[in-house]
Design a protein. Structure first.
Length: 326
């Protein structure tokens, strides 16, 4: 395959720091590569920890032409020699090797700041993942999520959903997906209200609530029901990780007025209030242990584990145990 034929599929530039959108873009690259070769391996490395020789080794063709997706994270921090290696690869990529470059599009080294423009010029695929901060953008995101799940939603329902869930994109994505499943495709304001009165079926958020409460039986029951109705493994893992991290951050900040703490923590007051309640059952050691567990789980559900469902069940029980062993 000539470089001209493979450039746009061999190098992907992901610009921005909206975590959910960034991870989706990475997973889309991996899925595309695995459609061509199901045995493709995924390798992630941070630009600040990488060396040019190691990166070159990863993106060079292998003796048996094994497929590979290499994700270079935080590429705004690249050194000059790594930036050169990336651009050289963009001009002459290897068959079966996809290089995904994640870049926040702000800050970083001199070489890192110049990298996006150079990769665009070299013909890399570009996916924009800028932070969603404006109300209109958040509304558009919810509408897109509902369409993505195969449903439709009216304006009143969009407003009700954002009012109920808040601004966190992962929670909005989970709620949108679950509402489409619950309603058969047409999401109305009444359906949103019913869902958030606790009458809708389980989602990743509900699973996370049971896990961080330390109730092993309830956590497993809700988790298995989520599997049954098709909640994606990645969304469940994200919800559990977000719950653990939120409790850890709020616990470290100490007691206080949620409205006063919202600006400092970058969270809506309702989320802080909920985490304050949950934090009463946790020790510092239990939270530290759980942070390590969700970090491992993140890799497991994104390809590291042979069975992501088993990985989720194991992590749920370990986190429940970490809480109860305080």
């Amino acid at each position: 395959m000539s470089p001209a034929a493979s450039d746009r599929s061999a190098v992907h530039l992901i610009l921005g720091d909206e975590e959910l959108l960034v991870e989706r873009a990475v997973q889309a690259s991996l899925a595309a590569a695995r459609r061509a070769d199901p045995a493709v391996d995924l390798t992630r490395l941070k630009a600040s920890e990488a060396t040019a020789p190691y990166l070159l080794e990863l993106i060079s063709p292998t003796l048996f032409s094994e497929g590979r997706v290499v994700v270079l994270e935080a590429a705004q921090s690249v050194s000059e020699d790594i930036a050169k290696a990336i651009l050289d690869y963009a001009k002459a990529p290897s068959d079966g090797v996809v290089l995904v470059v994640q870049h926040t599009n702000s800050g970083g080294t001199k070489a890192g700041k110049a990298l996006p423009a150079a990769l665009r010029k070299a013909g890399a695929d570009v996916t924009e993942c800028a932070k969603i901060t404006k109300p209109a953008e958040r509304e558009a995101f919810v509408k897109a999520e509902v369409r993505r799940a195969g449903g439709k939603i009216d304006g009143a329902a969009v407003t009700a959903l954002i009012d109920a869930v808040g601004s966190d994109l992962r929670e909005l994505a989970m709620a949108s997906s679950q509402l489409v499943a619950d309603t058969g495709g047409t999401v109305t304001e009444e359906a949103v209200r019913r869902y958030h009165r606790g009458k809708a079926e389980v989602n990743g958020f509900a699973v996370a609530e049971k896990v961080v409460s330390g109730d092993r039986a309830a956590a497993l029951e809700s988790l298995r029901w989520a599997f049954q109705i098709g909640v994606p493994h990645v969304l469940i893992a994200d919800a559990i990780a977000d719950a653990v991290r939120t409790i850890a951050r709020v616990s470290a900040a100490g007691r206080g007025n949620p409205y006063s703490m919202a600006g400092e923590l970058g969270m809506p007051p309702w989320k802080i209030r909920r985490a304050q309640s949950q934090a009463r059952g946790w020790s510092r050691e239990g939270l530290a242990e759980s942070m390590a567990i969700v970090a491992r789980l993140n890799a497991d559900v994104k390809g590291a584990a042979a069975d992501p469902a088993y990985a989720l069940e194991r992590a749920a029980l370990e986190i429940a145990d970490a809480r109860s062993s305080r």
